[in-house]
Design a protein. Structure first.
Lengths: 743, 263
């Protein structure tokens, strides 16, 4: 490992107040080198993409995380979550593939954990076609129409043997920490919780009976591998379902005390699986360290003698110190913070906490698991999930082969900021980021003012907080751009095509964003809506709502056709200000994608609290002053008139790509002025989510020295190759310059 | 019309820095160099006047070592017509008056219609170079100018200064004259990549003291002040770092306010 040049020149010791975060701690037979612990989280790698799995987990250890875990790892084909991607340790092939992760994690000096998982009815077994077993025949409240088979006592012995066999395979693969996973309402917790367990035998009824399955399983796993591996258990100390299930003051505390002697590490959470956004809380509703009132009780109340790791989107080193000093947790757990910044611990250690790329709590990472199949993504960290298949490293940037070129990036929104920053880090001789507005950030500047934050308790837990944390997208990049001496940012400057031609840049990148349709053009009818015209003072696009350029009446209709958060965020904000709001969509649910980001349950509670009228399968036929004429999409004769003062049209967006096409149309001028490359990125190419805009900007910068930067390079596809195969058959598919080194 | 713009390559400190062992300066590893912010406004004022006149010449002048060439290149890239850099090892520890003396010799050669300085430099913060230079040159001067109109016909300038209470003082001054320009008077332009490249082809004279008819003695004779050392500020007491959640912090702040108000 070479030490970065900057560090050699200027050794800055970490602030002593953070020393406590770097103290080792014993976990059973293993020593965790510091207090940074990546709790199990999904990435879409499983056991089928061993390169993805190994490289993603290990880059965090390289960045200072003391331990990293797999995602939930199925112990048997009876626990098959297809189409969602879990890891699996069913056979020797899985041992081999997950062993690659252990090897790479050990190379960088960290511990590897594996989360042994049996889902019961929450695992639909769509690939294995097996029948899951459960304590009682209660269908899943997470899946559609999946009933478990009742597990009799022979079944229970078989299930426990599955855990033991899996634990032995896990040890053979090289794992240091072996979990018996119950949190998120999987099998051990299904036995413990009367919400799932309706048995009357010795595995149901009393606390001891309900705890018996988990306790016996821990005993057997400990007996099998406890000398070699640390035994961890992940436990939801409160499932937030009231007396029907686990409550912190009741079975939550009781269970920890009951089996404390059988675990070496407690990994604590809250909530169940059907609403696990109470655990992976989005920033729209949950602040940093939001689980403290629940998970913090276990250690603070002296209910355990074992180390405790807990989570809560903890990104601030001062919060981490306070958590450990106050006796809340011993170890700082991170899933999303570790995805957003794999080098978070190193940045604290090197005395540069300002470089931490803080998670914004948008839950895009989770959304891809929820969708089932796609690899994880991260808004803040475009390299997440790309460590192996594209050879991208979150902190290493190889010098571009064409670094002598000067680059002009037009537009400092998400794509432009990211592209300019990465080009700067790749050592381009000069990068000019030129922005029309008076500050960088583009659409993030108004989107981060969406939602609302009246601070009122929002039913279950959490409060309406708005999207303020999303401004971290800009904050991080502002700090990085300020540090890069080869990047100049120029504000209040709108460039014409002629300005661009005369700019003197060899590479021109257009990142001019997009705008909302002003005439109601939409994905439902592919046509404008008669009467829609946001140049009128009573019709607005979402950005106009935030910018406050027009008065907004008391009665508002928000038409939402995008399917993500925009219409709902506008409705939430206006209703939070006391407006009477109708939210209308052409599909069966508003803001459908927010189911995937786990924001939906809390959003629905909030919209309900605020009295927002929700109208699904409904579209506008025409808009007149004071009246919106709507129809049901399944029966156009079914009409309804909404009498409103203001209409907000969140129908679709259109790229601001005129500058690009004007430049591109005059190839002779480009050649005459020495412009060798002209590229279009982000929303200016096609409107998309922030996560994808930032990726697009990053991708172009990473590949700016490829033969044709406009076309993404092929990436490694980890699929079965027919015939005899070696790892090199995959590795050599990397066409770019990988910044991640093979070990 | 010819306008001379004296500029300085200043040192900007990192957030964290260390002093040299003798305490007389900041460790150069912790500073970055850049064109003084005030000088970007005086240069812009000169470029606007020259542009409006449709003729004339803007000359950027700096007293500084090799690194000061970067500041002058920035001026050339933004549109200055030529640059003059004066350096001599004897100027290593020169104070304000010595620098003004040297600048005076260089500016005199140019016979300018106007000399536009920044109000101050961001690193030394003396606010004196421009005024001292006017004295050496025997030119009328106005300091801390926030508005400027030049009338070529009458050879006068109408300038504005901001006084207490936001009062605007309007002053007429006969030219040639020296003005020190305040930030915010205009919006300094930036140079595009082509202009940055082309700046290297513009003339930059590099002069030694002897080229200006000066010698070491002229510098030392003018010098009156010498920096002995820099020391970090005393870390203040009376601060309390409030820990805990935002709700706990808010409660603690409320307690403090109540305590102080009742006291």
């Amino acid at each position: 490992m070479s030490v970065p040049a900057a560090e050699e020149e200027r050794p800055v010791a970490r602030d002593p107040k953070y020393d406590i975060l770097f103290e080792p701690i014993q976990i059973g037979p293993k020593t965790l080198k510091n207090r940074f612990y990546q709790v199990p989280h999904c990435i879409g790698a499983g056991s089928e993409r061993p390169g993805f799995q190994a490289y993603h987990r290990a880059v965090k250890v390289e960045g200072g995380w003391g331990a990293v875990c797999t995602e939930y790892c199925s112990i048997h084909p009876e626990s098959d979550d297809t189409s969602r991607v879990s890891a699996r340790i069913w056979d020797d092939g899985d041992v081999r593939n997950l062993g690659a992760m252990c090897d790479r994690v050990h190379h960088y000096g960290g511990l590897a954990g594996i989360e042994l998982w049996y889902g019961g009815p929450h695992a639909p077994c769509m690939e294995s076609r097996a029948t899951p077993r459960g304590p009682s025949q209660i269908p899943s409240d997470f899946e559609i129409n999946i009933h478990p088979r009742y597990a009799d006592k022979d079944d229970i012995l078989e299930l426990q043997k599955m855990y033991v066999d899996a634990a032995l395979r896990a040890r053979d693969a090289g794992f240091d920490i072996v979990y018996v996973y119950g949190a998120h309402s999987y099998l051990p917790l299904q036995f413990l919780s009367p919400f799932y367990n309706k048995r009357t035998d010795e595995y149901g009824g009393s606390f001891e009976n309900r705890a018996r399955f988990w306790k016996e399983t821990l005993e057997k796993v400990r007996e099998a591998v406890g000398d070699d591996c640390a035994i961890a258990s992940r436990f939801a100390v409160d499932t937030l379902l009231g007396p029907a299930s686990i409550e912190i003051g009741e079975d939550g505390v009781r269970f920890v005390e009951y089996v404390d002697h059988l675990v070496d590490l407690w990994d604590l959470t809250v909530g169940d699986i059907a609403e696990w956004g109470q655990n992976a809380g989005p920033s729209r509703f949950f602040e940093e360290n939001h689980e403290k009132p629940y998970t913090g009780v276990i250690k603070a109340g002296d209910h355990t003698d074992k180390p405790v790791v807990g989570v809560g989107r903890i990104t601030n080193p001062d919060t981490m110190v306070a958590i450990i000093k106050s006796g809340q947790f011993d170890i700082i757990g991170g899933a999303r913070p570790s995805i957003s910044d794999p080098f978070l611990p190193k940045k604290i250690e090197e005395g540069r906490p300002e470089d931490i790329r803080e998670c914004i709590g948008c839950n895009q990472c989770i959304s891809r698991w929820e969708i089932g199949g796609p690899p994880m993504v991260c808004t803040q960290n475009a390299t997440a999930g790309e460590e192996y298949r594209r050879g991208w490293h979150p902190e290493n940037f190889s010098k571009a082969a064409n670094a002598d070129k000067g680059v002009l990036v037009i537009g400092a929104g998400p794509a432009g900021m990211e592209c300019a920053m990465v080009l700067g880090k790749r050592g381009m001789s000069a990068v000019h980021l030129v922005e029309d507005a008076s500050e960088i950030g583009g659409c993030v500047n108004w989107i981060s003012k969406l939602g609302h934050s009246d601070g009122k308790e929002n039913l279950a837990r959490g409060t309406a907080r708005g999207l303020g944390e999303w401004a971290r997208i800009t904050n991080y990049r502002q700090i990085q751009l300020d540090k890069l001496r080869n990047v100049e940012v120029h504000l209040n400057s709108r460039l014409s095509a002629q300005d661009v031609l005369e700019y003197g840049a060899e590479i021109v990148i257009v990142a001019t964003g997009c705008h909302f349709a002003t005439d109601g053009l939409n994905p439902a009818t592919h046509a404008p809506i008669p009467g829609a015209d946001t140049s009128l003072d009573w019709q607005l696009t979402p950005d106009q709502v935030v910018k406050g350029e027009k008065p907004i009446g008391q009665r508002v209709l928000v038409l939402e056709n995008e399917g993500y958060h925009m219409g709902a965020s506008v409705a939430q904000r206006l209703a939070g200000e006391g407006k009477q709001v109708h939210l209308m969509t052409q599909v069966g649910d508003i803001a459908g994608y927010m189911e995937y980001t786990l924001e939906a349950p809390m959003l629905h509670r909030d919209l309900h609290r605020l009295g927002v009228g929700i109208h699904t399968y409904t579209m506008l036929e025409r808009i007149e002053p004071g009246a919106c004429h709507a129809y049901n999409i399944w029966n156009e004769a079914h009409k309804e008139v909404f009498e409103v003062d203001t209409v907000v049209l969140c129908t679709q967006r259109l790229s601001n790509h005129e500058l690009y096409h004007e430049l591109k149309s005059d190839k002779a001028a480009l050649e005459r002025e020495g412009i060798e490359g002209l590229y279009l990125i982000g929303d200016a190419a096609a409107p998309r989510m922030l996560v994808d805009s930032i990726f697009d900007g990053h991708r172009l910068a990473r590949e700016i020295d490829s033969p044709n930067p406009a076309m993404p390079l092929p990436f490694i596809r980890e699929r079965r190759l027919w015939g005899e195969v070696a790892n090199s058959d995959f590795d050599t598919q990397l066409f770019g310059t990988p910044d991640v080194a093979p070990v | 019309m010819r306008i001379v713009v004296p500029v300085k390559q200043v040192a900007a400190l990192d957030d964290e820095f260390e002093l040299l062992d003798d305490g007389a300066g900041v460790d150069p590893d912790f500073v970055e160099r850049d064109l003084n912010e005030w000088d970007t406004f005086s240069l812009e004022a000169a470029l606007l006047l020259s542009g409006a006149a449709g003729e004339g010449e803007v000359v950027a002048v700096s007293v500084g070592d090799d690194e000061a060439s970067e500041a002058l290149l920035t001026c050339l890239a933004k549109g200055a017509d030529r640059a003059v850099r004066i350096w001599d090892d004897a100027l290593q520890d020169a104070d304000v008056l010595s620098v003004a003396r040297v600048l005076a010799a260089a500016v005199e050669r140019e016979s300018p219609d106007l000399v536009l300085c920044g109000v101050q430099s961001s690193d030394a913060v003396n606010g004196a170079t421009g005024v001292a230079l006017a004295a050496h040159l025997g030119l009328p001067h106005v300091a801390v100018v926030s508005g400027l109109q030049y009338d070529a016909g009458s050879g006068t300038a109408m300038v504005e200064r901001e006084l207490e209470g936001g009062l605007i003082e309007v002053v007429t001054i006969r030219c040639p004259a020296l003005l020190t320009i305040q930030t915010g008077i205009n919006e300094p332009r930036y140079a595009n990549l082509r202009a940055i490249k082309q700046a290297r082809e513009k003339p930059m004279d590099e002069l030694a003291l002897s080229d200006l008819g000066l010698d070491d003695e002229a510098v030392t004779a003018t010098a009156g002040a010498r920096r002995r050392r820099l020391r970090p500020p005393e870390s203040g007491g009376g601060a309390e770092i409030i820990e805990g959640s935002s709700a706990e912090a808010a409660a603690r702040i409320a307690d403090i306010v109540k305590e102080r108000m009742s006291g």
